[in-house]
Write a protein that binds this ligand. Sequence first.
Ligand code: GLA
Length: 393
Amino acid sequence: MSSQDQAGPAPVSAEDLAARFTQAFGSAPDGVWQAPGRVNLIGEHTDYNEGFVLPFAIDRTARVAIAVRQDRTVRLLSTYGDQGVVTTSLDSLEPGTAKGWTKYPLGVMWALRERGIDVPGLDLLLDSTVPLGAGLSSSHAIECAVISALNDLTAAGLGAEEMVLATQRAENDFVGAPTGIMDQSASLRGAKGHAVFLDCRDQKATLVPFETEPAGLVLLVIDTKVSHSHADGGYASRRASCELGAEVLGVKALRDVQVGDLEEAGGLLDEVTFRRVRHVVTENDRVLQTVELLDGPGPVAIGRLLDASHASMRDDFEISCPELDLAVDTSRANGAIGARMTGGGFGGAAIALTPVDAEQKVRAAVAKAFSDAGFTAPEIFTVSPAAGAMRIS
Ligand code: GLA
């Protein structure tokens, strides 16, 4: 096993990032900020239905070194080296104008400006160890690092709730992805050894202890390498079905429908909308059950809820894909105590809660199953709950 399987690629240190910034832009940055990607333990497509989610910040981060400029120029560079220095102006920040990863910092600057904050010109160097397109919110990691930096540098004094809404605005109206508030909430509010239990109606967040090691478990992430984009139609169409369901049932949001209401709902909704609604309603219930179990017996008890969540996304919400199903089924058949796809779906990653003793067997079996099926080799690594966004230099 390579060290990358266990710990992931090492991030560029704050000192090295600052040195590379100085080399690229000719003077030192004002500071370096970082924000993590996330894994959602359970609670999928519930956030925009004003329901419950239980994600955690992971030990893979985006880091940005930033210096404020005295003019209206914005210069952006990443260690990916794909686009070179991208130079633009504060005056030309409009939705639809940015390309690649630069959409995320520029989207945040745009959203803050729309909110009336006097955003300065700046130079920015990005490094990230959150895998791109794996469903681990690499985009929100960038956005949350940038908004944390701008909040400090402009002394805007935004609280977590306001930063969550500003990054959501950036995603929805600048990037063009109609996503909810889960990912940025995990990235901004995460804490080591905890998952973030978030009520998406009022943004009330509670940290719930979630540690796999003392329970003799690991949480494996299986990146299927099937890339997805929430700016494509699938995510938006699921969201539209949920809104239709809420309208027909006469509630503000699907959060207001309980498991006991489903039978009656079945008589009011068309067959597909009913299944979409059933996913959201039962998923909200599974989040509440998971929180209760984590507060009691701990992670060993939540496996069946992870399995049920996956089945619901596969059969009712229909956002899984053959690679995700294979990752989940093979993990379960080889010793994982629960597994599910995580994130928005249509690709990305699955998680498998696995006894330490079974880890190697699960890894080998999943790799073999993918190879036998003729799928691209997955990347498999462990994650643990880590700290949320912060300034590191
Ligand atoms: C993506 C979105 C989130 C959430 C999940 C599905 O990650 O960014 O807001 O809707 O999908 O749970």
